[in-house]
Design a protein around this ligand. Sequence first.
Ligand code: ZN
Length: 212
Amino acid sequence: MASKRSVAEEKRKFNPDWTQNYFFVEEDGEPLCLVCKSVLSVLKGYNLRRHYETKHSQEQSLSVSERSVRRQALEASQCSEQQLQTEKDSEKATNRASFLIAQKIASSGRPFTDGVSVKECSLIITKSVCPESYGKFSGVALSRRTVSRRIRGIAENLEEQLIEKSSCLEWWSIAMDESTDMVDTAQLLVFIRAVDSNMEIIEELMRARLNG
Ligand SMILES: [Zn+2]
């Protein structure tokens, strides 16, 4: 007689027959319905059968051979969706890397064209250390125009965040300073120091303007 523990473990194991019988597959340890893409919380044959019988009654009239064809079509569709998701994740990662490097270039006051050098160097390293990832690294956009666009996007986003935060400020003060950029042009810097309704202190650069 099986112990309680082994029965519980057995219930958590995906039975490959459930794909043919109920059109379910296992994804990240959870049962996924290939028909409606629902994910059930419990990996038990009873729950999968109940879902199949109540939600997908139209699938139950299929003959054995029709069922196999239907299952293969659903699995192929799921496979291409996963492929698409992987490509989207990869695109997100390369975009994130591009933004982070643009931010680094901006915060260190370096020329936007440095992005091109960063990419050239990273491709040399990738080719030598992990050539299988060369394609991913080469997808990181770091041209001068892209870096410039990213920095503008980051600045706009920071301004939006500051405007949003300003609606719940309780007390604030403004400080001004003068600085010069890389080509010695004087800039007026305006800082805000404030406390919001949660007593959280913020200190941000509000604006930088060319003097004159
Ligand atoms: Zn379903």
